[in-house]
Design a protein around this ligand. Structure first.
Ligand SMILES: C[S@@+](CC[C@H](N)C(=O)[O-])C[C@H]1O[C@@H](n2cnc3c(N)ncnc32)[C@H](O)[C@@H]1O
Length: 226
């Protein structure tokens, strides 16, 4: 599915969210900056990195090396082109890897991020376990994901857009109707804010907390490996 939408992925992301997705990634990076405060020469991993927007933002703002990993080759080809045009090839290695079986030793990273990827894993809990395994003690995980708008009337208006307008626009522009029908369905199935925080705590993350973004359309969760 991601291979098929890769050519129009960035364009549609920014169009369908009125570019709010860029703001959400910047907020994720601001949180990363706080969580990395005490790390010495931090090494970061961006899982389900897709076309690399979060990896690029992390590297650009925090000047940290970031491994951008995804299992979808056409997404990575686009990521690599963007990394090269930002002249960040040395500090953002782009690698093909399955987030459920990461090819990294235990305790390698200071930060592991995943943006709009956890929901797409066949087993999100296993994805969180892998993030934790690959983190050093004291390292942090950040999850940026669609969630549930908190205010009822706003939620209804947003859900009308998300379920009835976005799938048609997405299908029209990408030529892929199933991917943009899958998006709202997968968000509905994915745990809401509190439930995801509880799952992260169950996996063993400490100091788990979250912040609603744009009234809860998305949420940023984070936690620390003890
Ligand atoms: C919605 S995109 C998000 C891309 C990017 N993080 C962003 O913020 O735009 C989801 C990505 O998750 C990747 N993905 C899904 N399951 C995966 C897995 N098991 N291992 C690695 N990548 C996976 C897909 O290939 C896709 O690029």
């Amino acid at each position: 599915m991601f291979a098929e939408i890769a050519p129009r992925y960035d364009f549609l992301n920014h169009l369908l969210s009125a570019s709010i997705d860029r703001r959400w990634r910047r907020i994720a990076v601001a949180r990363a900056s706080q969580l990395l405060e005490n790390a010495v020469e931090p090494l970061c991993l961006d899982l389900c990195s897709g076309t690399g927007d979060l990896a690029l933002e992390l590297n650009h703002q925090l000047r940290v090396p970031v491994i951008a990993a995804d299992f979808c080759h056409p997404m990575l080809v686009r990521s690599l082109a963007k990394v090269r045009s930002a002249q960040a090839g040395e500090s953002i290695p782009v690698i093909e890897a399955d987030s459920l079986v990461l090819p990294f030793a235990d305790q390698t990273f200071d930060l592991a991020t995943v943006a709009f990827g956890l929901r797409n894993l066949q087993d999100p809990v296993q994805g969180l376990r892998e993030m934790k395994r690959a983190l050093k003690r004291g390292g942090a995980a950040i999850v940026l994901e669609f969630s549930r708008p908190a205010v009822p009337l706003f939620r209804e208006v947003f859900e009308f857009y998300f379920h009835h307008i976005l799938p048609h626009l997405g299908a029209l522009i990408s030529g892929q109707s199933s991917a943009y029908r899958y998006l709202p369905t997968s968000v509905r199935r994915f745990p809401a804010q509190q439930e995801l925080a509880a799952i992260m705590a169950d996996v063993g993350f400490k100091e788990v907390a979250y912040q609603n973004l744009s009234g809860g359309i998305a949420a940023l969760h984070w936690g620390v490996k003890e």
